[in-house]
Design a protein around this ligand. Structure first.
Ligand code: BMA
Length: 917
């Protein structure tokens, strides 16, 4: 055990405050044990941690494996106690002593020196307890113990309490995944099960914690910081005036006493070069309720702006803020890294000027960075692990680098998981990924009693202040699918006061971030900040032909998957998707060899679409529906795997479900992006979902350990700045080709269109289609470059099954060249007369790249695969190769634990032909 002044930590972590006269004991550095009546022994514990992790470390339970989701329920059903070793080095004569928990998961009773200090009931809050008196009275070396009650049992007890809120059963019960009654707790909702994850319902001290001792009257300890950088006069729901100077408002929460005439100063320096931008006092310093607040204006000094990935550099600045007495004695200082940008969600009504440009009336629904609208390309992030304490910076950096490599600039931090820790925002700040963030409510109605709302208010205030300095923060939304799913069920406005409680709390703590009450919504009718309901939501006051909001789209009837008339037309697509299997390499991490087949009971029990709806594990009918959807989508469109080897056949089936998933998303993303030049002026596509929480079938594009599914490669391709896309109307047999660009300047280029047969032989006269078409496309816009009725092509009686139209777009702008390849077949893949392309794969030690060559026949969905044991991604994958064509593809290694290059020998290549042969 080691007591340290925070000063000594500063050299390694500048975000920690420096303070004189303060002792901080980091509770991660002391010894802990974990005990429960459910376990006949006491095991070593850790902090931060959760019970499952400590039981795993002690060898009591196994890893994320098989049916552990169900077999380990005894852990969630029990109460657990974390007990510290006796704390010998605490100061008895400190002026005050505090327990500071940055997070307790969730229902906790805290005892110190044998006395109860307090209780906690919200995983998302910081909990601070004054233990000065207890420590003074303590006759021995104090022991800290934290008892965590079973969340499933506690919420059931709340639900059974006659005074608790009740809702019509049909509403809430439809939202039960495994454990019921999740809406009575402020804990990660997906801990009780979700349609892509397990229900381990973990408990424990999941965030860092400290004992803080203040030695004297002037010592303070900083608990949270709200740093807000905005354009002068900025109001959250209105477009910021980019000609105004930047204002920096800093509000610092502390424990201890600050003299009423204390001063604040700030030094802003370039995080890369150290060059000082400004330094000086902050103005209008006020102190109230444990916070000190001041501001300054960065007048004549023009900082470099922060931009998201693809739109500019991620310029960052360090803000060193000090609190001092008027005699210039520094009481505390803290450094936060931030960036200068405005990010605004525009939901204003469409103007006459916009209508004159061809934009359909209604309301806007798009983001603007630094005053420019842009096309948001990305996906939805879910908790990357059930057990947050083991989510490392390495894992998250790897994931966010994959997001950047995938040409994405925005992630939606879906509500029903957890608020992201600061280190993930830090990585997003560096990588240029906007994080649309949500308050953690989803797919349920929540209580509105006073105690619940007070708890929510503390959670909202803490988290808005905590993450506000991150330039990657893009938006606050009230929750997931509250408006679209829950409100129609109750026909009531503002459940859990998403407008009347949360909106004012957001606006009080940030001027720089927009707020909307629910993820998918039809916008608002008006905003009046002095009204008790400050935002009048539009809900269903809509007029046909006008567009208002963002859309989500899930249609598991795969027969219409490629019929674009089944897709929603709106201003922004914030969720859409279909599930697929993970790769066989990932399944092997979680399954015994005998369970590696498509509908094995273990596979089915790990498939939670559709959710069990309760704790029963003997009913596979719900899972069968989801498995059936995957099977049917493959049967409908692709050659069926027919390998005699069981594992090879399983692998081919898994891959086939991924191909369908990727094709379906590609079809939608092309459609949404084309919408940027259509009356709906569509400006965003965030698919469901970025990554997996465990090894199981899901909507993810990246598997639990970081391996890319076909989807992530295909999304990377279709999120390129300029794309060429075919649109085939199955009903009218009209084929249209569009070029779409999300560049901020117009672009010009050519599209080469070549009709071939499956042997790669060009069709005579190119079937009457021009070989090369010049195109021009406006900024964030689309242009139709070719259209034909299928009957008008000169196909000289060739059957559809042998036809393929290859499309290659090239566009030059002074700074770079953009290219994109795509193709169209009038038949679905299963009906194509595929020929073996006889793929050849080689590896060059000199270039470190693989070369794939198709020697005969068109190779569709050319798929390079790497063996288990490493993590990384190929520069491209799932592409088309024409006969004689070869492609050099690099592999970006992200993790190679053995450091050896034996994996290279395990790399394979296959195409659609191999699926069925
Ligand atoms: C949406 C999401 C999630 C869910 C996904 C797949 O409803 O908001 O709640 O996991 O669809 O069903």
């Amino acid at each position: 055990m080691r007591l340290q002044t925070v000063l000594s930590v500063l050299s390694t972590d500048p975000s920690l405050p420096t303070i004189q006269g303060q002792h901080v004991l980091d509770l991660s550095e002391i010894g802990w044990t974990v005990s429960s009546t459910a376990l006949n022994r006491i095991v070593p514990g850790h902090l931060p941690s959760q019970v499952h992790l400590d039981l795993y470390a002690a060898g009591v339970i196994g890893r994320y494996y098989g049916l552990n989701d169900f077999n380990l329920r005894w852990i969630a059903d029990a109460n657990w106690t974390y007990t510290s070793e006796p704390l010998r080095d605490l100061q008895k004569d400190a002026k005050s002593s505090w327990l500071v928990f940055n997070g307790l998961d969730t229902f906790a009773t805290v005892d110190f020196c044998g006395q109860t200090v307090g209780t906690a009931d919200n995983q998302f809050r910081q909990w601070i307890f004054d233990v000065s008196q207890i420590l003074e009275d303590c006759r021995s070396d104090p022991v800290l113990s934290i008892n965590f009650g079973s969340a499933p049992n506690i919420v059931n007890a709340i639900a059974n309490d006659p005074s608790s809120e009740v809702w019509p059963a049909r509403i809430q019960e439809a939202q039960v995944f495994e454990y019921p009654n999740r809406w009575f707790m402020r804990k990660e909702q997906s801990d009780f099960g979700w349609d892509w994850g397990p229900a381990f319902a973990p408990a424990g001290p999941w965030q860092p914690a400290y004992i803080v001792q203040l030695e004297n009257e002037q010592a303070i300890y900083i608990t949270n910081t709200d740093l807000d950088t905005y354009r002068k006069g900025q109001i959250n729901h209105l477009p910021p005036d980019q000609s105004q100077p930047w204002v920096v408002n800093a509000s610092i929460d502390f424990i201890g006493e600050v003299p009423s005439d204390a001063l604040m100063s700030v030094l802003v320096s370039d995080a890369k070069t150290g060059e000082i931008l400004i330094t000086g006092d902050m103005f209008d310093v006020t102190i109230s309720d444990g916070s000190i607040t001041g501001h300054t204006v960065i007048g004549a000094h023009v900082p470099k702006l922060w931009w998201p990935n693809g739109l500019g550099d991620q310029n960052l600045y360090n803000f060193a803020i000090s609190i001092s007495t008027k005699e210039s004695q520094t009481l505390a200082s803290i450094t936060k890294r931030t960036g200068f940008r405005t990010i605004f969600l525009n939901r204003l009504n469409i103007t006459e000027d916009q209508i004159a440009l061809g934009i359909a009336p209604g309301a806007n629904w798009h983001f603007e960075v630094n005053g420019h609208e842009f096309y948001a390309k990305g996906s939805n992030i879910i908790p990357p692990d059930t057990f947050w304490p083991r989510v490392t910076e390495t894992k998250m950096r790897r994931l966010l680098k994959a997001v950047v490599a995938g040409n994405q600039n925005m992630l939606r931090v879906w509500a029903s998981g957890a608020y992201l820790p600061d280190f993930i925002y830090d990585i997003a700040d560096e990588e240029g990924i906007f994080l649309w963030s949500e308050f953690q409510f989803g797919d349920a109605l929540y209580p509105v009693d006073k105690a619940f709302l007070e708890n929510v208010a503390a959670e909202v205030t803490y988290n808005v202040r905590r993450v506000n300095h991150h330039p990657s923060l893009a938006l606050w939304a009230g929750g997931n699918e509250i408006e679209s799913l829950m409100l129609p069920a109750v026909k009531a406005a503002d459940p859990t006061a998403f407008v009347s409680l949360i909106l004012p709390l957001v606006y009080e703590n940030t001027r720089s971030i927009s707020y909307m009450p629910s993820s998918t919504n039809n916008g608002y009718l008006g905003v009046n900040l002095s009204s008790p309901v400050p935002m009048a939501e539009r809900y269903w006051n809509i007029t046909p032909g006008k567009y208002y909001g963002d859309t989500d789209h899930y249609n598991y009837d795969s027969s219409v998957a490629f019929d674009t008339s089944s897709y929603p037309v709106g201003r922004f697509a914030n969720e859409f998707g279909y599930h697929s299997m993970p790769s066989v390499q990932t399944w092997q991490q979680a399954l015994d060899p005998q369970d590696l087949y498509f509908n094995s009971s273990v596979v089915m029990l790990r498939n939670h679409h559709y959710p069990m709806g309760g704790l029963s594990t003997d009913n596979l009918s719900k899972s069968a529906l989801g498995m059936g959807e995957m099977t049917r989508s493959v049967e409908r469109y692709y050659p069926l795997p027919r390998h005699s080897d069981r594992i090879a056949n399983f692998s081919a089936w898994c891959h086939a479900t991924q191909i369908f998933q990727a094709d379906f998303y590609k079809s939608q993303i092309q459609f949404y992006r084309r919408g940027s030049g259509m009356p709906e002026r569509q400006l965003g596509a965030l698919y469901w979902q970025l990554e997996d929480i465990w090894q199981a079938p899901s909507w993810a594009g990246i598997e639990y350990d970081g391996r890319w599914k076909t989807l992530h490669y295909v999304a990377k391709d279709i999120y390129r700045p300029i794309i060429v896309s075919p649109f085939w109307n199955h009903n009218t047999s009209v084929l249209e080709i569009y070029a779409t660009s999300d560049l901020w300047k117009p672009a010009a280029g050519t599209v080469r269109m070549t009709w071939l047969d499956m042997a790669g032989k060009p069709l005579p006269g190119n079937a009457g289609t021009p070989s090369v078409v010049d195109f021009q496309v406006g900024a964030i816009n689309t242009t139709r470059i070719y259209s034909t009725h299928f009957a008008d092509l000169s196909l000289s009686n060739l059957t559809n099954s042998i036809l393929i139209l290859s499309l290659t777009a090239t566009a030059e702008r002074t700074e770079s060249t953009f290219s994109h390849e795509n193709y169209f077949t009038p038949s679905f893949p299963k009906d194509l007369a595929l020929r073996d392309p006889h793929l050849e794969l080689s590896y060059s030690k000199d270039t470190g790249k693989f070369t794939v060559k198709a020697t005969s026949g068109v190779s569709l969905y050319t798929w390079i695969d790497y063996p288990a044991g490493i993590i990384g991604y190929f520069e491209e994958n799932s592409f088309v190769l024409l006969p004689g064509e070869s492609r050099e593809v690099g592999f970006v290694m992200q993790e190679n634990p053995s450091g050896e290059d034996s994996w290279i020998k395990g790399v394979t290549v296959q195409s659609l032909w191999d699926q069925g042969n």
